[in-house]
Design a protein around this ligand. Structure first.
Ligand SMILES: [Zn+2]
Length: 111
């Protein structure tokens, strides 16, 4: 699979050929050029890392839900302390992952 970049808006298309027209800005296929191997590798790496961050964020949201349930359950102070700690840590990890994604987008690592 090759990557193609729209010369007008920078949209990246995955495929053996460029799209007939850019789905983002409507530019014709002729305005697309193939992304070179080095940059293709970088884009694939970034997508992979992005995917890992997204999975981590989803998991941390689940941890927060479980922790909330445990806090509501309120069996004894020891249990509640564990669930409160889990909620805090999950929130920090989730926020950190989101910050990383934002930083990558700002630096233009992804398209
Ligand atoms: Zn475009």
């Amino acid at each position: 699979m090759k990557l193609w970049r729209c010369g007008v808006c920078g949209y990246i298309h995955d495929g053996s050929t460029p799209p007939e027209k850019c789905p983002k800005c409507g530019a014709p296929a002729e305005r697309f050029s193939e992304v070179d191997d080095k940059e293709t590798e970088l884009i694939r790496r970034s997508r992979y890392t992005n995917d890992l961050h997204c999975r981590l964020i989803a998991l941390m949201e689940q941890v927060e839900e479980i922790a909330e349930a445990g806090i509501d359950d309120d069996l004894d102070p020891g249990c509640v302390a564990v669930f409160k700690r889990a909620r805090e840590e999950a929130w920090i990890i989730g926020q950190s992952a989101k910050a990383e994604i934002r930083a990558h987008i700002t630096k233009g690592k992804w398209s």
